[in-house]
Every structure is written in structure tokens, then in C-alpha cells.
Design a protein around this ligand. Structure first.
Ligand code: ZN
Length: 112
């Protein structure tokens, strides 16, 4: 078993990293080479509602992405859309950047 955070190795019967307090994972998946992918950030979205709209568009076009918020809403189950001034960044692989910018341009326009 291996810690996904600090990459320390543990015996198989140990479930949690003593340093990071997170669940250990099987060593195999992270031994695989990381896909050669460069992630780029789209312009930040002001509010999760716009980020969600953008994410939906990316979904429709099979563009991989991940969202990064300046807020721990997911961890604490807080409904983030009720908060103003929240910024959400969407990261897409560089090769999909042009298409993603094009798709999300309309949403960014609305957000202004
Ligand atoms: Zn650890």
C-alpha cells in the first residue's frame, strides 16, 4: 500500500497514512506513467453557477477538465452558489484549450 499524498510505502494491512491521515491506495495505479498532459486554466469564473455551465459544455464535447475553487465548499457541503465573489477556475488539457475557450466564451460574457 502507498500513500497518494507523500508516497510513503506501508504494509498491506495498513489502511491510512500516519502522516497525512488519508486512505492508502494500491501501489499499482500510481506506478503507471502519468499521461503526458499539460493542464491550462481558463479565465476564472465568478461563481460556481457559470463554472457549472461551462463544465456541462465541456462534457458535451468530451473535453476533460477539472474545477478548482477558492473555497472548501465541497469538503463542507456548503452550497457555494449562495456566496458572492467566489472564483472558480476550470483546467483543461492544453490541446483542448482553444476549443474550450471558444465554448466557454459566451458564458464568460454573461458573467460580466
Ligand atoms: Zn502520507
Amino acid at each position: 500500500m502507498i500513500c497518494p499524498e507523500c508516497h510513503a510505502e506501508y504494509l498491506d494491512h495498513i489502511q491510512e497514512c500516519g502522516d497525512c491521515q488519508i486512505s492508502l491506495v494500491d501501489a499499482c495505479p500510481i506506478d503507471l506513467p502519468i499521461p503526458d498532459m499539460t493542464w491550462s486554466s481558463l479565465p476564472p469564473f465568478e461563481g460556481k453557477i457559470y463554472a457549472d455551465m461551462a463544465a456541462e459544455l465541456l462534457d458535451q464535447h468530451s473535453i476533460p477538465y477539472y474545477l478548482k475553487m477558492d473555497w472548501f465548499s465541497s469538503a463542507f457541503n456548503v452550497e457555494a452558489t449562495s456566496l458572492s465573489g467566489q472564483m472558480v477556475r476550470i483546467f483543461v488539457p492544453e490541446e483542448h484549450m482553444n476549443k474550450a475557450s471558444e465554448l466557454t466564451l459566451a458564458i464568460l460574457g454573461q458573467a460580466k
